[in-house]
Design a protein. Structure first.
Lengths: 235, 849
């Protein structure tokens, strides 16, 4: 009997099929949605480092520029014409005012040429005038987009929790930011250069996902990896 | 004693007169002042600073304080007269007690107090305006004291500074902080003199210059106290086989127990916490007579350590298994024997540890070395020779850290508006900063004020503001408050408290259910260790085998385990790398078979076998062996430069081998050797000149390859975290809320990435690089080694593993292996998922449903 060649993970691009739609997870943490040519990003946290300055902690004021650079790269890569920022785009409302002139310029170049939607987050609840539209929630093609996830809404895409997965095999472990989803809900990893992450098995995620249907795509150095939920460990 | 008296009489006319109370006190005890004690006094009376090099038990404390006592008797003094600084809180307390006794017996009105982190705030407050004559404190407390506006008044009349165990301080950032503090004291009290006490060191002139620098142009005198009786040293001659590899020395445990039985009190030193745990466990497993044997290491809770210490002082213990926590200082009473289990790593550390046995100078201390594996036999042999000769490692103080300087400059500004020119003169009077260029100083000042970024984003939040006369003052009083909360250079590894709880449902696979209620606290453990554990993993802690249950906030919960063998070997390599000095001696022993007479038979046979099967590494050359094994091809080399330098070498060589398309798969480093394995036949490549070892090991790897690797090195991030905390970029804690180690680590990694990418020449990246070169990466030592072996590489292609390669090959699987990207793990997990899906005939393209 002819031996079939084992299929390697290198042979295909990871695709996330969620509620009947196909998405491409990118290693930057963005999610590309070819169907409507949109780039989805969560938790940019622009101006996080500068927000510590008034208390005397002078963190490098380059996090916003780094996040912008990532965004520009992803837009080039995918050719997306629409960007949906899923909230906490600014680390605080006042970040809109503390933007460095050159960062502000780069940002308005983006919002000026693309169809841009800012969803409100808990860090940046107020609307602003940086270009694009500000909204609390968005509904497209049967899916709902908003900052905070909640259980029991079919087709909700959210951010807020900065999910990361840890897997352990053969006495070694790896922890990376991840996309996590089940039949109803998808949570995107945090995109901002200044953001940390939270293990999806930690209490903050409790009750959100149906454990038996949970899927995880971890972000590697050069690609993304779908990982079985049975591999996940808390620490 | 006779010899010393003779010296004393021979120099009679040079000797200073002692005051009546002191003379009477010596007479009452039936003692005589020792020559070096009088020599220190004489030098001080001439207005000189003094470095006293003296072994343990030589009456160092009295030598250090005799000038203060004499001066206070001669001319009554109000306010602070002498400031004593020790590396350990406990030592400061102990010395205060030891000095208090004679002062009381002489009935002198001299007030002596201690000031440490444990001193109640009310007393610390009072000490600032009503100081004792003699204050015993630590470098961190000194930094805090000089940051107060009233420090000029407090230290204005200071006559003497006594620095204890200076050799232990100068090679660390605490030494930098101390140097800067002493330089400030010299400015506040131009009349003051420095007396430093040190154990024997290889280059005492450096220490002498270190103390003389801030009080220049007055010189410092170097005084040597006579050594005591030479120590009696031996290496355990076990009937059992010395293992090829490993660090537990389990083979020797029965003999160790016998040794403990034969002696009154024994101190057993090991190099790491986990070795201590292992040895303690192994001793108790066969301790049928229940000899009181205790455990002491830095991770145990303070109460537990204090209990052991007081039992020790009371003479209730027969043995204590301990780590470097007991290296320094405090007199634990009568220790009859010191045992070093595992590699000694450095000659100076060994001398210090051996000195812990028997504090009576005229009796020899007795020490026993117990090598845990064959290479360690060589290392013990080398250490034995070195200790017998009194030879020392030469560990030089480093150029001062820029992060420490940043902290200190803010402290100075908190005390009074700072004039940059005067401050620069004061800073460069501190020995570690003597070569600091002015532009670097200005950059650090800029960093303190606004972060020092090329992008001027924080000007309006500047911490330092220019006054009309060009001085810099702090922008508001909160800055001083914040400074005091963050001062100091000791940055702890992020630690988690370890708490005993009842186990959760024993049912296999159960992942839910409440964790039992919190029970007894066992101590603290490094977070990186806990990070690699999964619930149910067993490890050794506090002398027992425990099972990991989970992490709740900042506590790791563990339950009692009934397994015999901990699943996770917590051995993370020796904490101290092999010193250059000992490494050189080990290479010599190997290269000169006439040295082998003293070695145990099995070790000698091992070396003979190596000579027969391959060749022996030369003293200055580098032996590189290549051989196939299983389906891999190995390269093993023997630089003997310590684990850290070997790890860095391994990282760099794998990068080069990758470029040469030899498909390196991983490597493991020990203190002696480095093994790299590849999928390609290296012997063949070298034979056909397609791979040149000279090029592979060329020094230029410390250029571009190093840069490229630093980009992604976790060690750089760990080093950066320390610099960021010390420099004040990241706060240790905010008033009112304590930031956990975990949060700091997470955000400091992110901060490093952002800073490194956008401003790689920022002053803090420079400080990090500088630390990494000497610290976790040991690049400097690697550089020296690469230079030494240039054109001296001896390649030996073999058809199988050589005898000398066995130990490092056995480490594969026990030690962390590098070069295997963590991504491989995710790939494996992903492939698993595919296999699972394929079994159901699912379409892999839509694996994510």
């Amino acid at each position: 009997m002819a031996q079939t060649q084992p299929i390697s993970v290198d042979d295909w691009q990871t695709t996330i099929r969620f509620c009947g739609h196909d998405f491409m997870p990118l290693i930057s943490g963005a999610l590309y949605w070819p169907e409507i040519d949109a780039l989805l990003v969560a938790d940019l946290h622009f101006e996080k480092f500068s927000s510590f300055a008034p208390s005397g902690q002078f963190l490098p004021p380059y996090d916003t520029a780094m996040t912008l650079q990532r965004l520009e790269g992803d837009i080039d890569l995918t050719g997306a014409r629409k960007v949906i920022a899923l909230g906490d785009s600014f680390h605080r409302d006042n970040g809109v005012n503390t933007l460095q002139p050159q960062d502000r310029q780069r940002l308005s170049a983006l919002t000026g040429t693309l169809d841009w939607v800012w969803l409100a987050g808990n860090h940046d609840p107020s609307a602003h005038a940086l270009g694009g539209h500000c909204a609390a929630q968005l509904a497209i093609a049967g899916l709902t987009f908003q900052h905070e996830p909640r259980p029991g809404t079919k087709g909700l895409v959210a951010g807020h929790l900065h999910p990361a997965a840890r897997i352990a095999m053969n006495g070694k472990s790896a922890r990376r930011s991840c996309f996590a989803y089940d039949d109803n809900l998808m949570i995107l990893p945090a995109y901002g250069a200044s953001t940390g992450s939270l293990n999806i098995l930690s209490p903050a995620f409790q009750g959100l996902f149906d454990k038996s249907a949970l899927q995880v795509v971890m972000i590697g150095r050069d690609r993304t990896y779908p990982v079985g939920s049975s591999r996940l460990v808390a620490r | 004693m006779c010899v010393q008296t003779a010296v004393l009489q021979g120099n009679q006319r040079l000797l200073p007169e002692l005051s009546a109370p002191v003379t009477a006190w010596f007479a009452g005890k039936g003692w005589q002042a020792r020559a070096h004690q009088l020599a220190v006094l004489a030098a001080e009376r001439e207005g000189n600073s003094v470095l006293l090099i003296a072994p343990t038990g030589a009456g160092k404390t009295l030598a250090g304080f005799l000038p203060s006592i004499e001066d206070l008797i001669a001319s009554p003094h109000s306010g602070l007269h002498t400031l004593y600084i020790s590396p350990l809180k406990a030592l400061a307390v102990d010395v205060a007690r030891n000095l208090g006794d004679p002062v009381r017996e002489m009935a002198l009105p001299i007030k002596i107090e201690t000031r440490t982190g444990d001193t109640p705030a009310s007393r610390r407050q009072r000490q600032r305006f009503d100081p004792p004559h003699i204050l015993m404190t630590t470098p961190e407390q000194l930094a805090l004291l000089i940051s107060h506006p009233d420090s000029a008044k407090l230290f204005g009349g200071l006559k003497r500074v006594v620095l204890d165990e200076l050799h232990a301080l100068v090679t660390s950032k605490r030494g930098d902080l101390l140097a800067l503090g002493v330089s400030r004291l010299a400015r506040l009290a131009p009349q003051m003199r420095v007396t430093a006490l040190s154990a024997t060191v290889a280059e005492p002139e450096i220490l002498r210059d270190w103390i003389a620098a801030p009080v220049a142009p007055r010189p410092a005198k170097l005084i040597h106290a006579p050594g005591g009786a030479p120590p009696k040293l031996s290496i355990l001659a076990s009937d059992d086989r010395v293992p090829w590899a490993g660090h537990s020395a389990a083979y020797a445990v029965p003999e160790l127990l016998e040794t403990i039985e034969k002696h009154g009190t024994t101190l057993l030193f090991v190099n790491t916490r986990s070795q201590a745990e292992m040895l303690f466990q192994n001793l108790w497993a066969i301790n049928e007579d229940a000899l009181p044997i205790a455990l002491h290491h830095g991770s145990l809770s303070v109460e537990q350590r204090r209990k052991v210490e007081s039992a020790m002082v009371a003479g209730n213990l027969r043995a204590v298994v301990c780590t470097s926590t007991l290296d320094l200082g405090i007199d634990w009473g009568d220790v009859d024997l010191v045992v070093q289990v595992g590699a000694p790593k450095g000659a100076s550390r060994m001398l210090q540890r051996v000195g812990r046995a028997n504090h009576r100078l005229d009796e020899p201390s007795k020490a026993l070395f117990v090598p845990a594996n064959r290479f360690e036999v060589l290392e013990c042999e080398a250490a034995l020779e070195a200790v017998a000769e009194g030879a020392q490692d030469s560990e030089r103080p480093l150029p001062g850290g820029l992060d420490v300087l940043a902290q200190h400059l803010l402290g100075l500004a908190c005390a009074a508006p700072l004039d940059p020119d005067t401050a620069f003169a004061e800073i460069t009077a501190a020995w570690p900063y003597r070569d600091l260029p002015r532009e670097k100083f200005d950059k650090v000042l800029e960093f303190v004020s606004t972060g020092g970024y090329a992008l001027k984003a924080y000007e309006r939040f500047a911490k330092l503001r220019k006054t009309e006369d060009g001085r810099l003052r702090i922008a508001n009083p909160q800055i001083a408050q914040q400074y005091r909360l963050n001062a100091g250079t000791i940055v702890e590894e992020p630690m988690l408290k370890v708490r005993f709880v009842r186990a959760r449902g024993i049912k296999k696979g159960a992942t839910t259910g409440p964790i039992g209620r919190g029970g007894r606290m066992l101590g603290e453990i490094e977070e990186y260790f806990i990070d690699q554990l999964v619930r149910g993993d067993t490890f050794m802690f506090g002398g027992e085998i425990v099972a990991f249950e989970g992490v709740v906030e900042t506590e790791a919960y563990v339950s009692r385990s009934f397994s015999d063998n901990p699943k996770i070997p917590s051995y993370m390599g020796g904490k101290f790398p092999l010193s250059t000095f000992l490494a050189d001696r080990v290479r010599r022993i190997l290269a000169e078979p006439e040295h082998w007479q003293q070695l145990p038979d099995q070790v000698r046979e091992w070396l003979e076998l190596q000579r027969h099967a391959s060749v022996l590494p030369g003293r200055d050359s580098l032996l590189v062996e290549t051989f196939p094994r299983a389906d891999k091809h190995y390269l093993v080399c023997y630089p003997f430069e310590g684990r850290l330098a070997h790890q860095t070498l391994g990282m760099l060589l794998t990068r080069r081998l990758e470029r040469a398309r030899t498909q390196p798969l991983g490597f493991v480093a020990s203190d002696y050797a480095l093994a790299i394995w590849c999928a390609t036949d290296l012997s063949a490549l070298i034979r056909t000149d397609r791979l040149s070892l000279d090029q592979l090991f060329d020094e230029d790897m410390l250029g571009d390859d190093l840069e490229a690797w630093l980009d992604e090195s976790a060690l750089m991030k760990r080093t950066f975290r320390n610099c960021a905390i010390i420099s004040g970029l990241i706060e240790r804690r905010h008033p009112g809320k304590e930031k956990s180690g975990r949060q700091i680590t997470m955000s400091s990694d992110i901060i490093y990435d952002v800073l490194y990418q956008h401003e790689p020449d920022h002053i803090l990246i420079e400080a990090t690089r500088h630390d990494a070169a000497r610290g976790l990466l040991d690049i400097e030592r690697l550089g020296v080694a690469l230079k030494r072996i240039r054109q001296h590489i001896l390649h030996k292609p073999l058809d199988r593993i050589s005898p000398l390669a066995v130990p490092v090959m056995l480490d594969i699987g026990k030690e962390p292996i590098f070069g295997e990207a963590r991504d491989a793990l995710m790939r494996e997990a992903a492939e698993d998922l595919i296999a699972e899906a394929m079994a159901f005939g699912a379409d892999p393209a839509h694996i994510g449903r």
